[in-house]
Design a protein around this ligand. Sequence first.
Ligand code: ATP
Ligand code: MG
Length: 454
Amino acid sequence: MDPVQRSGPTIIPREAHCISRKQISPNALRVLYRLKDAGFAAYLVGGAVRDLLLGGAPKDFDIATDATPDQVHKLFRNCRLIGRRFRLAHVMFGPEIIEVATFRANSDDGSGDRELEDGRLVRDNVYGSIEDDAVRRDFTVNALYYAIEDFSVRDYVDGFADLTARRMRLIGDPEARYREDPVRMLRAVRLATKLGFEIDASAADSIPRLADLLLQAPPARLFDEALKLFLGGHGEAGFLALERHGLLVAMLPETHEALQNDATGRSRAMLLRALANTDARVREERPVTPAFLFAALLWPAYRHELQRLGDAGMDPALAHQRAADRVTLHQIERIALPRRFSTPMHEIWALQPRFTLRQRKRVFRLLSHPRFRAAFDFLELRAVEEPGLEPDVVWWREAQGLPSDALADRLQPGKARAPESAERAKKPRRRRRRGGRGGAGGESPAEAVGDGND
Ligand code: ATP
Ligand code: MG
């Protein structure tokens, strides 16, 4: 790396920073002290140091040491060695895992333990000094080391100044670092969003130009990153940042295209609303699912395709199936959405037209569908941008609250079929239908709305 950065660390003594041992996980402290007492160097490093310096509560505590994985293994009974590309020690304390990594170098020593393919890092297991370890990290604010021996913070890359200035700066030449690992572009966007930092121009400028490099990133890794970006509590801001830095087209190409084609801006508004809603759920510690998230992220693409197939005269049920399959198939080439999430995502979509149905059997079938709740939440989100859906939202909101015999009673032919307010909201549509078809049981939502029996 840059030789200028090799002039020794800046040492920030205990009294000049805010990290106190009280904020560090007791298990991480145990590991740090055990390593130190065995004569090894031991540092807290990465996101934990960054977050503690910012006054936040780290999710996990990573440790860097000059002990080899085997030496770490010998020190801890509760330790597992993992990884091939990066050999790491996991020290287990019940549900808490403390990750202990041996200092690694980012330079090829000819041992063949570090491999580049088209400039991309595919294997990286060369041990090195703490300086080596610092400069192979991605952003300067992620390369700060908290030393257990004197409680100081060691800074080899001017990370402390960047942290104070709330700035994400890549270590080394930005373009080379992005080529080495394109996921760093996403990390830049995600971490800047989460921390409320600026991405320094040196690191931001090349992102739009290099966005396509993300196509080479393993789709499984992009799935993990997407979950961190969208389900970490800052999903809406994350999405806007992806757009701003030209990364959306690489992550969600069909959604990007559908949004470009939607002159009304409604699809984008609905998507942002879904993400804001997800952020609120995360804040309230309510559950969030990748199925619902991707149902929202891919909805513009799915709708666009559904429309195209419908315009071509395809039967609605078949068009749904085709559109859902096609959009999913294309998307998983980029982001490996596992089937256990794509299946419920399809169900959320497939249930949308069924909210217009009012036949008794269909109403009860929909209410007892395992995906009813998610599909209804999705309908509510859509209704904000599509006011025509509001009567259905009102009707189903009330229907859910009724005991089943009361609901059944209302759905009897000839009786008021629904909760009162929804009935009022439905009136104009109903009148029209009475004069027209009047039949029930058709597959098409429009035909089925009017009648009470099935
Ligand atoms: P988060 O709060 O999301 O966990 P983090 O910075 O801790 O953020 P991790 O994925 O936990 O992210 O990584 C831990 C550390 O490993 C980082 O702080 C950074 O020093 C280093 N690191 C992670 N990913 C990369 C990468 N792609 N290239 C270089 N260094 C990386
Ligand atoms: Mg981390």
